[in-house]
Write a new protein. Sequence first.
Length: 179
Amino acid sequence: MRIVAGQWRGRRLKRPGSVKGVRPTSDRLREALFSILGQRVVDGVFVDLYAGTGAVGLEAASRGATQVVLIEKNRTAQELCRENIARCGAEAIVELYGVSAERPGSLPPANVVFADPPYAQPAQASFDALTNIAITQNGCWCLELASDAPKPEVTLGVAVVLDRVYGGSRLIIYERATS
């Protein structure tokens, strides 16, 4: 597992090994995600719910996000995040909150909110946790699910702008709905 692009391109990150419930987002999906997001990440706030190893948030920092918030309640996964933050020297940019993604507390409005919940978690609960985080005017919410997971029901004011399958994973990107 490595950082795909940006200032830390090629930097190796610690893998989860046998940490229960931690399944890192593949390099392929991360590369596709950031290709789609483009400039939204640069100079912005990036929130990574269910951070696991922290790889997605660290990828955002490597690509120019000025503030990254990792949300991870699993203590073993938090240690992975801390080690990977240190491997990148990203302590000044990346904050780790050891709380539940469903109740993360007060967060700044984000340019991008990404969630990669455990695949066993109901898709609707993941969508609800994701869209409870405020986004900036041109921000978006990104949800990674198992490729065969049902598509969550979209709430009023939210629109699907992309829905693609990458191997065993499905990536759905949402924005505020326009009238």
